[in-house]
Each structure stands twice: as C-alpha cells, then as structure tokens.
Ligand binder design. Structure first.
Ligand SMILES: C[S@@+](CC[C@H](N)C(=O)[O-])C[C@H]1O[C@@H](n2cnc3c(N)ncnc32)[C@H](O)[C@@H]1O
Length: 197
C-alpha cells in the first residue's frame, strides 16, 4: 500500500480497517443475497462496451459487472486490496497503478469511480486523475464518480470536480444524489456523470 502517492486519508482508513474482516463482510452479504449493487446497476444502464473500474479496491463493483457479462478491468494504487480482487476474480485484469499517471494499453467506453475515490486520493491528484482517466476514454465515453461532499478543509467540491472535468473537455450529463438515480438535492453525496462528446 505504501508509496508517496497514498493520501493521509487512505492511510488512516487502512490503519482503522482490518482488510480480511472487511472482505468477509462483503462476501457474507453476497452469499446471503443481501448485497446491493446500485453502482453496477447505474453503470450497466449506460450499456458500455467496456468499463474501467478506477480505484477498484477489492474489485467489488468490477466483479459484479463481469458477472453480468461486461468487459471490465480494474486498477488501484493499493496492491493489498488488489490481492483480494485477484483471488476472487483471477480471470480479470487487475492493474496496480496510480490513477493520475497509470498508462493502460486500451481505452474504455465508461470509466467509473465508485466508493469515494475522489475523497481518498491526495487533493493535488484530483485534477490529474480526471485528466488521465479522460485520456483512457473513447470518444463519446462516460465518466461516473460517486463521492461524499464533506465540510472539512481540502474536501472536494462539485465545483472543483466539474472544473477538472471541463478542463479536459467533458460536459456534465447527469447528477444524482444516489446510485439509484435519486435527484441531486444539494446533499452531502453526489454521483456525477460526465461525457466526452
Ligand atoms: C473506499 S475505496 C473504494 C474501492 C472501490 N472503488 C469500491 O467501491 O469498493 C477507495 C479506493 O481509492 C483508491 N485510490 C485512492 N487514490 C488513488 C490513486 N491515486 N490511484 C489509484 N487508486 C487510488 C484506494 O487505494 C482505494 O482502493
């Protein structure tokens, strides 16, 4: 996990969370049929021909998309989490890399950042991450990110995120309050859908 590109926020999460227990929790929900897949449902609704799960962690969303037949790759900075993804879905491509600099051999019809990636990356990496992800998007592709809007210094705002997207030529296509498409209501969580057309 270590490296100078890991944010203090993510390092703190790692100190607080036991990875094996966290993985077991998700697996148990899956086995009991209680897992919810709002992220995968919304991503699937765009019927993408290919998906990059950017900041995929243990591969929770990518694995569900693959189960539904989507062509999906995952990439993350934290190799400890990727190890779980590799164990659970060895048939998928799990690429260790920093979203702000990683260079992948293909482009995607949809790039998704579920799970607060924009909150857990370093603040100075947010705009470079958006720019690098856009470089991995096909013409007409969609970028979807869901993240908390917090009241703390350096917290990402929608204005900052939209500006980073606009700087790369993306335009806002949709914004929701939840992955289930509840209308955005100026609340403390947003799912943003940008398109490069
Ligand atoms: C809360 S986890 C979400 C994981 C996954 N998207 C999910 O929803 O289950 C946030 C993830 O962002 C990743 N991350 C943060 N900064 C990153 C960066 N610069 N490059 C790649 N991944 C990053 C972390 O390693 C972590 O796996």
């Amino acid at each position: 996990m270590t490296g100078e590109h890991v944010s203090e926020r993510w390092a703190q999460w790692r100190r607080d969370i036991d990875l094996a227990e966290y993985h077991t929790r998700w697996t148990r929900l899956e086995v009991e049929g209680k897992a919810t897949h709002g992220e995968a449902d919304l991503i699937a609704s765009y019927a993408p021909t290919s998906v990059l799960d950017a900041g995929c962690g243990m591969g929770r969303v990518a694995i569900e998309l693959a189960r539904r037949g989507f062509d999906v790759d995952g990439t993350d900075l934290d190799d400890d989490l990727l190890e779980y993804a590799r164990y659970d879905a060895p048939h998928l491509a799990w690429i260790h890399g920093d979203l702000s600099t990683v260079s992948l051999p293909r482009k995607y019809a949809l790039v998704a950042m579920p799970g607060n990636v924009m909150v857990f990356c370093r603040p100075q990496d947010r705009a470079p991450i958006v720019a690098n992800l856009v470089a991995h998007m096909e013409p007409g592709a969609v970028l979807i990110a869901g993240f908390m809007l917090e009241r703390r210094p350096e917290a990402i705002t929608l204005a900052e995120y939209d500006a980073a997207c606009a700087a790369t030529g993306l335009s806002l296509a949709d914004r929701f309050a939840t992955w289930e498409r509840a209308p955005y209501d100026d609340g403390n969580y947003a799912v943003s859908v940008h398109r490069n057309d």
